[in-house]
Design a binder for this molecule. Structure first.
Ligand code: C2E
Ligand code: CA
Ligand code: CA
Length: 545
């Protein structure tokens, strides 16, 4: 019957375990859940003691690590793998890349990489069939140490997988500091609740991995629901009891023969203008630009089904539109929550346009914000969006934002005051208008529009008014000269002009408004019917209405 061996027993029987192959390797396949083909396998160490039976890694590996024996065990496993691969290559049979576990203790052994290289060469195994799994905890001894080992492995051509991703607190930081090629996301660390917070973490890791162009393998997948969920968020590589428990070499090779195999593909095509890796490096130019030079900016994923999620925002984004939320709060909140239907539609249309044009597109949307500290607010945001990458039905966007609420409100105020002006002239018995002296744009009051059939905006003033006969031809040059005088800064001009085909005498007056530099920019005009005695033409002196 199996009995757990104690530390002393493990240590004293270790040498014999290696020579007698009590320590051996089992293999667990990694599968593409979409095609059902094998994409690789992980080598897992086993120890069967003739007297005490099966011993489990969770128990004996810490003992080996603490007693400086793990190095020899790991090298032994590596050699077993190479021997297996050599046999397969000689038989000219299919093989998939085999991942082996590198203990965090191995990192301190300066011979480790040289030693596995010697073995690999001895067995003449192309490096592409071997992959290293390192854990987040490898970074505990300092990023520098593990980085050096990684660089060495990369130079030699090994693909490196980040094991147990999601188990540590510093996952995201480790990821941006360590240039790994594949992420292994352990479902067991997110125990069960893929509908809730765990799911959010998983899907943001998957999204982020796409942004980093790093494929994700989900491990510890036990149910079809988990596998389907992972597939639905864009992670199709699966390792776990669902497909296979760790199996013996013989079983594994049979499975490989029957199953078919394929390589692990890249996560997504990033449009080349942006280097995602650099983006995560806190010292890179890209990060510097993102944080300091671009104003408010965000990176988000947009799914074809309409679902969207923010991946990163910079400090200025928070200042512009974040209402004092933290980056984390923004990332966790529902992206569409602050949009009403109409504004969401505007935004989505702009995204679709940007996907089609591959160019920058812009829109203005109102958003309803809420935060614990600042309460509720309605803001208007101008966004410039550009697609920077895509994978299957997901698109990565870069967005620059400007809070234009004040600008909008000012415009509204202006618009309203203009309306007031137009209404006011309705109350007095006169026609009124204004002329922008720089652009020669004239805006008439409602009465002008109605009685004289003028549009709300008249360009190239006063020519259209002369053409239509409001100002008679014999007064045209005089009136043009008034305009010149107003432009030159004459504060007021007035005179009597017979208007329209009926040549009805009106008292026309102009008052100019000057800007802070004393330059005239607007002239306000009015025309009132000439009243009795004002000129020698008393017949037309009655009120017009
Ligand atoms: P690991 O590298 O995370 O390996 C995956 C572990 O999850 C394996 O446990 C595997 O049997 C188990 N597993 C796989 N799919 C499922 C699943 O669907 N559900 C559940 N509940 N478990 C699943 P194992 O073989 O007991 O290994 C435990 C750990 O021991 C490994 O975790 C690894 O850290 C370490 N280890 C195993 N082999 C080696 C080795 O050759 N060298 C070193 N240094 N460490 C090793
Ligand atoms: Ca592993
Ligand atoms: Ca793992």
């Amino acid at each position: 019957m199996d009995r757990r061996m104690n530390e002393q027993e493990l240590i004293s029987s270790f040498d014999e375990a290696l020579t007698e192959k009590h320590i051996f390797v089992m293999y667990q396949p990694k599968i593409n859940h979409v095609t059902g083909r094998m994409v690789g396998a992980e080598a897992l160490m086993r120890w069967r003691n003739p007297e005490y039976g099966m011993q489990y890694p969770s128990e004996f590996i810490p003992v080996l690590e603490n007693n400086n024996l793990i190095y020899r065990a790991d090298i032994f496993v590596f050699e077993q793998i190479c021997a297996m691969l050599r046999k397969r290559l000689d038989e000219k049979k299919n093989i998939v890349p085999i991942s082996f576990n590198m203990s965090r203790v191995d990192i301190y052994n300066t011979n480790y990489v040289d030693e596995i290289e010697n073995i690999r060469k001895k067995y003449r195994i192309p490096v592409k069939f071997l992959r290293v799994e390192i854990t987040e905890s490898s970074a505990v001894g300092g990023i520098e140490l593990i980085s050096n080992v990684l660089d060495k492995l990369h130079e030699l051509g090994y693909i490196v997988e980040m094991d147990d991703f999601g188990s540590g607190y510093s996952s995201l930081n480790v990821l941006k500091d360590l240039p790994v090629d594949i992420i292994k996301l352990d479902m067991r660390f997110l125990s069960g609740d893929i509908g809730g917070r765990g799911g959010t973490i998983i899907s943001s890791v998957v999204q982020m991995s796409k942004w980093l162009n790093t494929p994700v393998i989900a491990e510890g997948v036990e149910t079809i629901e988990q596998a389907d969920y992972m597939k639905s968020i864009g992670c199709k590589y699966i390792q776990g009891y669902l497909y296979s428990k760790p199996i013996t070499e013989e079983e594994f090779l049979d499975k490989l023969d029957s199953m078919g195999h394929e390589p692990v593909g890249p996560a997504m095509d990033l449009i080349s203008t942006m280097d995602a890796g650099k983006f995560w490096n806190p010292e890179s130019l890209e990060t510097l630009i993102f944080n300091n030079y671009v104003g408010g900016a965000a990176i988000f994923v947009y799914h074809k089904d309409g679902h969207a999620e923010i991946l990163r925002v910079n400090e200025k984004y928070i200042k512009e539109v974040g209402m004092n939320q933290t980056e984390l709060e923004i990332l966790r909140s529902d992206t569409w929550a602050c949009f009403d239907e109409k504004n969401k539609e505007i935004f989505v249309k702009t995204l679709e346009k940007a996907i089609a044009s591959r160019d920058e597109e812009t829109c203005e949307t109102w958003r309803h914000l809420y935060s614990d500290c600042c309460g509720e607010d309605e803001i208007c945001v101008r966004s410039f969006v550009r697609m920077i990458g895509n994978a299957e039905d997901q698109y990565i966007f870069y967005a620059m934002v400007q809070n234009i609420t004040n600008e909008k409100k000012l415009y509204e105020e202006l618009y309203n005051s203009e309306r007031r002006f137009r209404f006011a002239s309705e109350q007095i018995n006169a026609y009124a208008w204004e002329v922008d002296l720089a652009t020669r744009v004239m805006k008439p009051c409602f009465r002008c529009m109605r009685d004289l059939n003028l549009p709300p905006v008249v360009r190239n003033y006063p020519e259209p008014a002369i053409e239509s006969g409001i100002f008679p031809a014999d007064y045209a040059d005089m009136y043009r000269d008034w305009m010149r005088q107003l432009e030159e800064g004459v504060g007021t001009i007035e005179g009597i002009i017979p208007l329209t085909a009926g040549r009805i005498p009106f008292h026309v007056r102009y008052t100019t408004e000057f800007d802070e530099n004393g330059k005239p920019f607007k002239a306000y005009g009015s025309a009132a019917l000439v009243v009795d005695g004002e000129d020698g033409n008393p017949d037309n002196s009655t009120d017009s209405e």
